[in-house]
Design a protein around this ligand. Structure first.
Ligand SMILES: N[C@@H](CC=O)C(=O)O
Length: 361
């Protein structure tokens, strides 16, 4: 690469936008040149636009404080400045669909954290260690959009990252039935305890739309390209309950699995710790060296000890044991705003850059 690629962050003042900026601060391939947000923030210094709403535990990087926030709706003006954008815009689903497509049509690739396009037939939804081959559908999408280099790619919901990679590592044993309960951190809702005090010492047994995403999105990830669309897999059957718990960062999943070909516990653990994907082979800047770790202690994984494994990009698994009704049960943990949100999107962008889907304009 002759120069760093110029990046815009759409929705830069929100929690995921802040996470993108923190991850991009010293990125070897990318340089943030545009922060864009709603018309209310447009025209202000980034630091002033965020005000007291900086939610990261590390300070706001100096390099961003004086950037003047652009209006995210000024698509052509933003697009002129950047090679590609990350999207974390906070709008209605229809508005997100429209604005992400508008950016793509300016020949600006969009790597999105949003759910709006996750079921658009020719938009790839990718965990780079699982289904990078789905990025090939971008060629069909470009034809539909009439673009040469503009497209949209998305990452899946944060809730699935604590169990979908695990089930993928066990694919050859053919998981048939999966029962999941997720215990989801408040940052998944863009909140801290300061702005959601009711969550202290509390559990809320409902997260809007989350159970459907948790049951269906893994099947799209395990799907295949047929013509100009991604056709979801039909197996395993997944049922899920999603619960909000008083944790700042880290989504935990308690999972039961029945296999078509029941393996031994040793075989399952071996598959987890040996799991490598293309991001590891390509040595992408944000790829964890070890994607999945298996912890043998009975009281692991724990959010406070394990959520930052591999800079929040790895998945921690423990308590794998035989079950009396299903074949096995286990606990998985992943960082919801790193692997599950901005970090997952960043890894998608790095893969797309390494494979020349994203280039300097
Ligand atoms: N919807 C999730 C966030 C994941 O992307 C949550 O509320 O935790």
């Amino acid at each position: 690469m002759d120069r760093k690629l110029k990046v815009g962050v759409l929705g830069a003042t929100g929690m995921v936008g802040q996470r993108f900026l923190s991850l991009l601060e010293n990125h070897p391939w990318y340089e943030v040149v545009v922060v864009a947000a709603s018309p209310n923030s447009a025209g202000k210094r980034y630091e002033d636009a965020v005000g007291g709403r900086w939610k990261m535990t590390t300070p706001m990087p100096e390099a961003y404080k004086d950037l003047i926030v652009m209006n995210v709706n000024d698509v052509d003006a933003v697009a002129k400045e950047v090679d590609f954008v990350f999207s974390a815009v906070d709008m209605t689903k229809d508005e997100i669909k429209a604005i992400e497509e508008a950016y793509a049509k300016t020949e600006t690739p969009v790597v999105s954290n949003n759910s709006a396009h996750r079921w658009t037939k020719d938009v790839p939804m990718v965990v780079p260690e699982i289904n990078p081959e789905h990025f090939a559908i971008i060629e069909s999408q470009k034809k539909r959009l009439g673009t040469k280099r503009g497209f949209i790619a998305v990452k899946p919901n944060c809730s699935i990252q604590s169990y979908a990679p695990v089930l993928n590592a066990w694919k050859e044993f053919e998981p048939e039935e999966v029962v999941v309960t997720t215990y989801q951190a408040i940052s998944g809702a863009g909140k801290t305890f300061k702005d959601w005090p009711e969550m202290e010492g509390n559990i809320i047994p409902f997260i809007g739309g989350e159970e459907e995403k948790s049951e269906k999105e893994p099947l799209r990830i395990w799907g295949h390209i047929e013509g100009d669309e991604i056709v979801p897999a039909t197996s395993p059957k997944i049922t899920c309950q999603c619960v909000r718990v008083p944790v700042l960062n880290g989504h935990t999943a308690a999972v039961f699995v029945r296999f078509k070909n029941k393996p031994s516990k040793e075989e399952l653990i071996k598959k987890l710790v040996e799991y490598k994907g293309e991001p590891q082979e390509l040595n992408l800047p944000s790829a964890p060296k070890q994607f999945i770790q298996y912890l043998t202690e009975d009281n692991r994984p724990q959010v406070s000890l394990d959520v930052d494994f591999e800079n929040g990009m790895g998945v921690s698994v423990g308590r794998l044991r035989e079950d009396t009704i299903y074949d096995y049960k286990f606990i998985g943990l992943s960082h919801n705003t790193l692997r599950g949100a901005a970090g997952g999107a960043l890894l998608c962008a790095e893969y797309l850059t390494a494979k020349n889907f994203i280039q300097a304009k």
